[in-house]
Design a binder for this molecule. Sequence first.
Ligand code: RIB
Ligand code: CA
Length: 312
Amino acid sequence: MPRPLIIDTDPGVDDAVALVLALRSTEADVRAVVASYGNVDLDHTLGNAGRLLALTGRTDVPLGIGADRPLVHRLDRRATLVHGEDGLGGRAAGLADPVAPRPGSGIALMAQVLEETTLPVTIASIGPLTDTALLLATYPHLADRIERIVVMGGSIGGGNVTGAAEFNIHADPEAAQRVLTQDRVPVALVPLETTLACSAGPDWLRALADADPVCAELAAMIEPVRAVYRSRYGHDAVALHDAVALLECVEPNSLVARPIPLAVDTGFGPARGATVPQLTAPDAADLPAVGVMAAPDVRTVLDAVLDRLRKA
Ligand code: RIB
Ligand code: CA
């Protein structure tokens, strides 16, 4: 039985790879895609999500309009240096016209999916956690309809947007705190160190480009990101962060979990947005733990991602 899935996303090149992986996985029943601000502004992420639904022929999947800013503190920091001004490595304008979003709010669409489902729904949160926090806060009675929330974000080591914080958490630390410290819905966190460890190298990227027209388009989107990674990290490999999280969604236990209670730094110091393990906190035993995910075998993860992308 395909697993019901809602994807909250800020496409974003790695989001694009993740969306194609989910939309092409027979084990996933994608019930809704909701686009929010994040890598680029909402007007771009919404159009990009609509283009990716059209690109994969999945115009059956409803598209929702997510948040256009963080919950509390406005932050206009985007990731255009990595994802391009259009969010898709400069390729958006050449794609098919986007699927139009459903009127109303994306949170209401998510709630409608949860109200109508007969099976528990997995929520993949691969952008800022603003929408996910709003869903939990607005519809607490629907929490038991959610199987788990799989978050791409956070880091137990250093960050990528600052020395301490990963981009998705840093974008809205208050929202992240709301999601990562609640005890109603299980949370699996796929952190930066795991997604960086699963970076795709030249052979993987070439195999993607050679697979089919949709994969070739993804490979073309990735190229400018690859150049940024080469200059930033000094080697020819690209972390497709969100695709690793979506692999865990469609193929549970691709990654292994370590239960760790986390706190999010919502202060305004240099560590704002850091996800801080609370294993040594006096009340650690009473804190809800997040499943912090690691890759048992990087090659297996990368092969599984590629296999799913190539399933047309
Ligand atoms: O830090 C990586 C995360 O931030 C990914 O989800 C990427 O798409 C950006 O949103
Ligand atoms: Ca993302």
